[in-house]
Design a protein around this ligand. Structure first.
Ligand SMILES: [Zn+2]
Length: 459
């Protein structure tokens, strides 16, 4: 421990306290401050951890996957440091480690489980030298920041080169671009879905990557779970979906459980999150802890107490209504949320969409045009849409073009004003609230002011 690192950590933590006292979120600030004083803060703090670090990346599902894996690790008495949802640039990762230090700069945790976006992946991996890298999926997301999908895949491939020599890779077998990241000589744990009941709901959706990563031929699918995710083979070079070690084989959403096979063993776990896409988060979380050496008993114990992650279909009571919150940030995620609403079978509900275009949301909101509202609107029993945020009018225009009558849309760009109005509404018993990232933070602040956010505290 150098004096320089000690100073960096404590300057960072002081900055964090001050920003919290003054009521600003600023969860990356401690990292920013610490790195000014000691650029190698992240590298040095990870080296202090007795077990090491896991790096989690991909377009969707990182937060749920991280929350699930963390729960299982902690139930197995391994203390985990994680970064806050959305604080996944290098300063956010550093902040997580800085906040986990004690006075004498001995870590509180045995391992770090850090989620990062794809563009930050090479740098994060270089500084962290992870023992496990988990990749969830690749979808068109925030193109204005990252360019084309192939660039995203290359970023992650470069990050994987920084795995420790004994490190392990956890890959989604059902996403061809992810499965194609496998490298000779790197121990890989694949995960995937092998449900007996085929779902065909994905057929009409526009996938992003249906071409073989090795020869570029269009892939053929025996089964597709959604978008380009499923069981595929390449007619060009013969490459096909790898056989996964961790397999979700059964799911009963009504009863709230899922069955997973790991090698030749089988375990049934409580599982209440909606949608096929969340089953992939289950697979990713379990494959991650398996790669880190945990047993099936530990998995079962940890799963008993799992609660969904921050912002993913949390629910709470506001006035006379139940509000369900789900983060939306790209077309695939938004489509999945709409699919979930279509499944809800409620006779009527209201939908609140809050679209901001701050940096953390992605400045370009043209992705709203890739959300398949034309397909979902007729299947939803939503009776009214409340549209808010800095880009409320873009969203309203999108809904209008999808065929929704303006009589069913209320627009209010000022988010707080919209929330005050919704707090008093008595028309709907159920409101689905779908914000982008910074809008979610703003909603959470407002809910805190109202005193209704107890279960929003991050653990
Ligand atoms: Zn091929």
């Amino acid at each position: 421990m150098t004096i320089k690192l000690w100073l960096a950590v404590w300057a960072g933590r002081m900055a964090g306290w001050v920003s919290r006292l003054t009521g600003r979120g600023g969860s990356s600030l401690p990292g920013l401050v610490a790195r000014r004083l000691e650029p190698a803060t992240l590298t040095q703090l990870v080296r202090h951890l007795s077990w090491g670090a896991i790096l989690l990346t991909g377009t969707n599902g990182k937060t749920t996957t991280a929350a699930l894996a963390r729960q299982i690790f902690e139930e197995a008495h391994r203390r985990v440091v994680t970064n806050r949802a959305g604080a996944n640039l290098i300063e956010g990762l550093t902040a997580a480690l800085v906040q986990a230090e004690r006075w004498r700069v001995a870590p509180r945790a045995a391992l770090a489980l850090l989620e990062t976006d794809e563009a930050t992946m090479p740098r994060a991996a270089r500084e962290i030298r992870p023992r496990v890298v988990t990749v969830t999926n690749f979808f068109r997301d925030q193109l204005d920041r990252y360019g084309e999908l192939s660039t995203t895949v290359k970023y992650v491939a470069r990050g994987i080169e920084e795995l420790l020599p004994e490190g392990r890779l956890v890959l989604n077998a059902d996403d061809p671009q992810v499965a194609g990241l496998r490298r000779d000589g790197v121990h890989t744990v694949f995960y995937g879905l092998e449900l007996a009941e085929p779902t065909s709901e994905g057929d009409a959706e526009a996938g992003d990557a249906r071409f073989c990563p090795y020869c570029g031929t269009a892939l053929q699918y025996r089964r597709r779970y959604y978008a380009h995710i499923g069981h595929y083979a390449c007619p060009g070079c013969g490459w096909e979906r790898p056989q996964p070690r961790v397999r979700v084989v059964d799911w009963h959403p009504g009863a709230g459980w899922a069955t997973v096979e790991v090698d030749a063993e089988r375990v049934t776990v409580p599982w209440r999150l909606p949608g096929i896409y969340n089953l992939y988060n289950l697979g990713a979380g379990l494959a991650t802890v398996v790669a880190a050496g945990l047993t099936l008993e530990a998995i079962q114990a940890g799963m008993e107490r799992f609660k969904p992650a921050f912002g993913r279909m949390e629910n709470l009571t506001v006035g006379v209504a139940r509000w369900w919150l789900a983060l939306v940030k790209n077309p695939t995620g938004f489509n999945q949320v709409l699919a979930t609403l279509a499944e809800s079978r409620l006779p009527s509900f209201g939908v609140v969409v809050a679209i901001n275009d701050h940096y953390a949301d992605g400045r370009d909101v043209s992705w709203l045009w890739d959300v398949d509202f034309e397909r979902w609107l007729p299947r939803l029993s939503a009776q009214h849409w409340y549209v808010t945020g800095t880009r409320a009018y873009d969203m309203a225009v999108r809904l209008k073009y999808a065929g929704l009558s303006l009589a069913h849309i209320t627009v209010e760009t000022h988010l707080e004003a919209m929330l005050e109005r919704l707090k008093r509404q008595e028309r709907f018993e159920t409101l689905y609230v779908l914000p982008t990232y910074t809008a979610l933070l703003a909603i959470r602040r407002q809910l805190t002011r109202w005193g209704v956010t107890e279960h929003f505290r991050e653990g």
